[in-house]
Ligand binder design. Sequence first.
Ligand SMILES: Cc1cc2nc3c(=O)[nH]c(=O)nc-3n(C[C@H](O)[C@H](O)[C@H](O)COP(=O)(O)O)c2cc1C
Length: 202
Amino acid sequence: MEQMLFVNACVRGERSRTLLLARHFLEVYQAGHPDHVITERDLCRERLQPQYPEILAERDALWEAGRLDQPMFEAARQFAAADRIVIAAPFWDLNYPAILKIYLERISVANITFGYNEKGEMTGLCRARDMIFLTTRGGAYQEAGLGWMEMGARHLEALCSMYGIDRFQCLAVEGLDDERRDREGMMLVGLTQAEALADSLS
Ligand SMILES: Cc1cc2nc3c(=O)[nH]c(=O)nc-3n(C[C@H](O)[C@H](O)[C@H](O)COP(=O)(O)O)c2cc1C
């Protein structure tokens, strides 16, 4: 049975437009793939802690001892085993919220999500064939030719390469904090794009 992992980093919870986009995407996806299992990780509910020195020391000790089966590495094992990964996060300070970075640091574990071959080259160990990133942004960066300022989707795409995930797709609804715009209309267009994206997946 196909496993989809939904990483929810929508800090505003049920008030989040990004979460609305993601829920719609997942609903359409589930309708088209009734036998696929969607598992959600709500990062805010988990109250994930940054890797403070004592947490990192514990992680290093477990890793050195080869104890990758420990709860410390559960999130990394889950990420590595998923067939498809969906991440939803708003655009914050030209990037994504810190809670998502904390999660990514937790799941980036050598010999679980990535490794090195005999030539010393980095190789991805994740099973997923694609990652889908859903986001909303206050400003309209693409339209203004300011795409280079965007660091969130670009970082996730680079991580896909490190994890061995072949395909990265990003759906971004932009300009939602600009009161001069038809923001409801733009959100509706985004929801339709989310439907199309969900339908396009095998
Ligand atoms: C802490 C914070 C930082 C933000 N930084 C940016 C930013 O750098 N650029 C931008 O265009 N919008 C920024 N925004 C606006 C959000 O991207 C926008 O409102 C988004 O739709 C929020 O998504 P949500 O409804 O899922 O929380 C920021 C919002 C917050 C709360």
